[in-house]
Write a protein that binds this ligand. Structure first.
Ligand code: NAP
Length: 144
């Protein structure tokens, strides 16, 4: 499959490695552009691209960025992406440690429903129960 990953941190880079090892064609993006992802591309075998390029022609898209950054994604990122493309959301909400208060979630909207509202697409929540902080890719590949 062609898999686009938005977010190249702890989760995104390990998913890129594992998907690639399992024969998938992986493109990966962050907010700073592909030049900033040279190391990730080399270590995972994924192709570093802009976010729009990551979702283009993908069979599956993984959104794996901090919850508070989701509204920063380009508003029309999924315009033109067929409804059949599965969008996976790995996000967890950390109001105290990272995200600050997100009004909609605080008022009771489940996290992934809130993400759906931001990106305008249904999502499947997955991989958010894997704990992966500051581990090397060689170790992390056994954790997802
Ligand atoms: N790590 C875990 O163990 C774990 C477990 C379960 C769930 N999660 C959840 O999974 C998500 C990702 O976690 P993580 O630990 O992988 O985060 P991380 O290591 O902080 O990486 C976040 C990535 O998102 C990118 N990013 C931020 N804003 C962006 C934007 N607007 N457009 C594109 N890319 C953007 C960052 O790149 P730049 O800022 O450089 O652009 C970075 O590559 C979070 O919601 C987290 O709560 C993580």
């Amino acid at each position: 499959m062609k898999i686009g990953i938005i977010g190249a941190g702890n989760i995104g880079s390990v998913l890129a490695l594992r998907f690639g090892e399992n024969g998938h064609e992986v493109r990966i993006a962050n907010s700073r552009g592909p030049a900033s992802l040279a190391d990730v591309a080399r270590e995972t075998g994924a192709t570093a691209v802009e976010a729009r390029e990551a979702v283009k022609d993908a069979d599956v898209v993984v959104v794996t960025i901090p919850e508070a950054k989701v509204p920063n994604l380009p508003k029309d990122l999924f315009a033109g992406v067929p409804a059949s493309v599965v969008v996976i959301d790995t996000g967890n909400y950390y109001p105290q440690q990272r995200d600050g208060r997100i009004e909609g979630i605080e008022k009771g909207t489940p996290e992934s429903r809130w993400v759906e509202q931001q990106i305008g697409r249904p999502v499947v929540k997955a991989f958010n129960n894997n704990y992966l902080y500051a581990v090397t890719l060689s170790r992390a590949r056994y954790m997802i």
